[in-house]
Ligand binder design. Structure first.
Ligand code: FA5
Length: 327
């Protein structure tokens, strides 16, 4: 009978010694030492033995159980240590490897251009003020002297959110907001996103950026406008840059012009400008006998395109790093 005990003990010790994982070890433990299993199953046969053999049989089983229990504990510790060593090795830091360079961000080309523009105009005494992109109809059109039937006010050309609100089509909208709050003299500039319901092509987008500049003071004339635009253009494009005016119409200026710069041997149109229409000054209670003002606006994409030769303005909104990394 006792050979059965020895047989089980020997088998179990062999399996314990070669168990490769904690899970395997636990399975062996259940098989040999579990309730009503293995040695415990044998223990239940004690009743079938002659009385005088029972104590010795029970004692041998107890010894085998104790031996296996301690063998399992030893093997468990060994497996746990091996797992830890493996984990540490796999997480080890090789301090001799060369470091991975972290990717450094940069400002978007339009932000770079905006910063240049802000630097130049701030240096000329202009205060930068932000206006809302979601603008009231009256500031986008009415307060800018648009006649009732002007095509820009049509839903076909602008993104209306409600009857009273639309995505601003130009940064010139800030004029009304400033004049409602301040008395001249003032010099204000603003930059930001504008939106028009356009067919998109290489020079037109539904979303683009403008800068608008305006000032109101005593005795402001077209000469001040041209002098300011000339200084601005030379600071942005170089000392040789010339500015040319040609008559143009915008409801909010009188007279109105478009202006071009001579640059690298060509005349390039930059934006619109003029003297602020007296109707606008009057609307805000500004004495037009005493005060006059000028305003000009231009597209920021256009400035960057002229300076760098980029020929498709859609690239500015696509966020393709291959494009952005060049600037
Ligand atoms: C205006 O928006 C006037 N507010 C400019 C102005 C300001 C005139 C102050 C007089 C006094 P215009 O629609 O031409 O004008 O736009 C000005 C510039 O914005 C254009 O020269 C162009 O560079 C840019 N622009 C206009 N529409 C788009 C568009 N869909 N996509 C990209 N750029 C545009």
């Amino acid at each position: 009978m006792s050979d059965i005990i020895k047989q089980q003990r020997d088998d179990a010790l062999k399996e314990i010694a070669t168990a490769l994982s904690i899970a395997e070890l636990e399975e062996i433990e259940t098989r040999y030492l579990g309730r009503n299993k293995g040695l415990n199953e044998l223990r239940r046969t004690v009743g079938s033995l002659p009385k005088e053999e029972r104590p010795a049989f029970g004692a041998r089983i107890n010894d085998a159980v104790a031996e296996l229990t301690s063998a399992i504990a030893v093997r468990r510790t060994a497996l746990e240590e091996a797992a830890l060593v493996h984990k540490l090795a796999s997480e080890a830091l090789d301090v001799t490897l060369p470091g991975r360079p972290s990717r450094v961000g940069r400002t978007h080309p339009l932000t770079q251009t905006t910063n240049d523009i802000k630097g130049v105009l701030s240096g000329m005494g202009y205060e930068f003020v932000d206006g809302p992109e979601l603008e009231e109809y009256r500031y986008n059109f009415g307060k800018l002297n648009y006649p009732e039937d002007h095509p820009a006010m049509d839903e076909q050309n602008s993104f209306f959110v409600s009857d009273d609100l639309l995505l601003r089509t130009q940064t010139t909208t800030l004029q009304g907001r400033i004049m409602a709050q301040r008395r001249p003299p003032f010099r204000i500039a603003t930059v930001g996103r504008c939106f028009r319901y356009e067919a998109i092509d290489a020079t037109h987008h539904h979303t683009f950026h403008q800068v608008d500049v305006f000032m109101v003071d005593e005795k402001i004339s077209m000469a001040d406008l041209k002098g300011t635009l000339g200084a601005f253009a030379r600071a942005m494009f170089g000392q040789e840059t010339l500015v040319r005016f040609r008559p143009d119409f915008f409801p909010f200026v009188e007279p109105g012009v478009d202006y071009s710069i001579a640059w690298r041997g060509r005349w390039l149109e930059l934006g619109g400008a003029g003297l602020i229409h007296p109707n606008i000054l009057r609307e805000h209670g500004i004495d037009t006998e005493k005060y006059s003002g000028f305003a000009f606006g231009l597209g920021i994409e256009r400035v960057h395109m002229l300076r760098t030769g980029v020929d498709d303005l859609r690239l500015y909104l696509e966020n393709d790093l291959r494009f952005l990394k060049q600037f």
